[in-house]
Structure formats: structure tokens, C-alpha cells
Design a protein around this ligand. Structure first.
Ligand code: GLP
Length: 253
């Protein structure tokens, strides 16, 4: 349980009225986000009430409301009717299970969604041909989607698949893996590469996060049971929304 006094003390220590630029509510928004990032407020913790924040920090309730609203829109806080405002849960994903975005969100009770940014067919670039083990120029389907959970942007994904397995991006409705399953081409195994990056201006804008904030870049190559590569996907996940969990065991020897 978080003590409201600790939150207020952390916010006071940041002296938002005399620090930073822009409207006061933006500075409060930045300070609230910082105390969440620093772990003063943890996932599922309740925020002190709007009235307490306003009184204790000596600012108007409208300023507090605007800062909280902006953080709710960013997906950092959630408001539960009648219960208050809480730090939003992060999505946890096991590193050892091959799952789709749709499955990951559904199992957490979140509503998966996708906003299409590109659907096209074309000839594999040298990089795509290498990743998918194709002869140069083989036809591929390309899908670029903004993935959302409860309408909140989570990741930007760019998937490339041989047309032999996905004849047209139009075959994909909500889930790529469902479409592949319908064609009898659902991946059986995958290799994933993860690395930390910072969002560039364009990607940050699409995901609605500040330029230069933390991103998790994930590249997935997945394979059919016979070892044929079926998918090459490059994704940028919001670093503030995702936890990847790996289970480890000591060597049995
Ligand atoms: C994850 C993976 C992608 C994969 C996608 C399929 O997001 N990182 O490589 O293409 O799941 O998800 P869906 O079936 O919901 O489209």
C-alpha cells in the first residue's frame, strides 16, 4: 500500500512550480510519470485524490485534473469508476511461449486492436529475402499495423510473409496468426531478437509517446513445423507498457 504522504512528498521535492517549462499541468504530468518510473508509485497503486493533490501541492484542481487526464490518455493511469485512479498494469509476456499479440492481450482481459498503416504486396528486399530464406525477388505480403490494447497504442509492427503462405494482406482481419491458421500455416517455432532503442520522432508520434522515450525493438522470425520461415516481423513496443519474463533453471549437470 502506498502512503499518500510519500507521493505528495516526492511531488513537492520536484518543485514543479519552479522547474521545467510549459503549462503547470504538463509539469505535474511529467512529475507524476517520473515518480511512477522511479517506483514511488507502483502498478495498481492508487493516486491520492484530486482534492488532496490540489490542496497539498497548492495548485488548482483543474491543473491536477488535466495532468491526470493526460496520463490516462497515455495509458499510464487508469480510472475505475467510483474507486479512484490507479497506476495502469504493464503487460507481461513470457519469452518462451510463441503467442500472438491477440492472444497476449486477450489472456490479460484487454481488448486487442489494430490500426492498419500499410497493406501491400511486392518483391522481397535483400534483407527480407535473407530473413525468410527466399530467392531474391520472391513475392511477399507486407502489413504495417499499430497494435492497441483497449484502444491504447502498444506497439508498431511491420510483418513480411511470403505470398505462398499469405497470398494477400487482405486475408488478415484482426489477427495475422488466425489468418495463417486458416491457411494451415500457423508458426510452430520462432526466434526473437530484442534490443533497447529510443523512439525516433516518427514512430513516437504514431505511438503517442515523447520522442526519445524508451522502446523495445523486437524482431521475430517464425517457422513452420518443417523449418520453413513463414514470418519476419519487426516491432517497436512501448518500453513503459511491457515486461518480458524469462524463466530460467540451473544447468542440471
Ligand atoms: C506478436 C509478434 C509478431 C506477430 C504477432 C501476431 O505481436 N511480435 O511477430 O506477427 O504477434 O499477432 P496477431 O495474430 O494478433 O496479428
Amino acid at each position: 500500500m502506498i502512503n499518500a504522504a510519500d507521493v505528495i512528498a516526492s511531488l513537492r521535492a520536484r518543485d514543479i512550480e519552479n522547474t521545467g517549462h510549459g503549462p503547470l499541468y504538463r509539469r505535474l504530468q511529467v512529475a507524476l510519470k517520473a515518480i511512477i518510473d522511479d517506483g514511488v508509485l507502483k502498478v495498481q497503486d492508487a493516486l491520492p485524490s484530486e482534492r488532496d493533490l490540489a490542496t497539498e501541492l497548492n495548485i488548482s484542481r483543474v491543473t491536477v485534473r488535466n495532468a491526470v487526464r493526460a496520463l490516462v490518455e497515455d495509458g499510464v493511469l487508469v480510472q475505475r469508476h467510483g474507486a479512484g485512479t490507479f497506476v495502469a498494469p504493464r503487460v507481461e509476456q513470457a519469452l518462451s511461449r510463441l503467442t500472438s499479440f491477440t492472444e497476449d492481450m486477450t489472456t490479460r482481459g484487454l481488448q486487442p486492436g489494430a490500426i492498419w498503416l500499410e497493406k501491400s504486396v511486392g518483391h522481397a528486399s535483400p534483407e527480407e529475402a535473407m530473413a525468410l530464406n527466399l530467392s531474391p525477388g520472391t513475392e511477399v505480403s507486407r502489413l504495417r499495423r499499430l497494435r492497441t490494447a483497449n484502444d491504447k497504442p502498444m506497439a508498431l509492427e511491420f510483418a513480411v510473409l511470403p505470398r505462398a503462405f499469405l497470398p494477400s494482406p487482405e486475408d488478415v482481419d484482426k489477427s495475422l496468426y488466425d489468418a495463417l491458421a486458416r491457411h494451415g500455416k500457423k508458426p510452430d517455432r520462432a526466434l526473437q531478437r530484442l534490443r533497447a532503442e529510443l523512439f525516433d520522432a516518427e514512430t513516437a508520434k504514431i505511438l503517442g509517446v515523447p520522442e526519445g522515450s524508451a522502446a523495445l525493438y523486437i524482431e521475430r522470425r517464425s517457422f513452420l513445423a518443417n523449418g520453413t520461415p513463414v514470418e519476419f516481423t519487426r516491432s517497436y513496443y512501448r518500453g513503459d507498457s511491457y515486461d518480458f519474463i524469462a524463466e530460467m533453471q540451473v544447468d542440471a549437470r
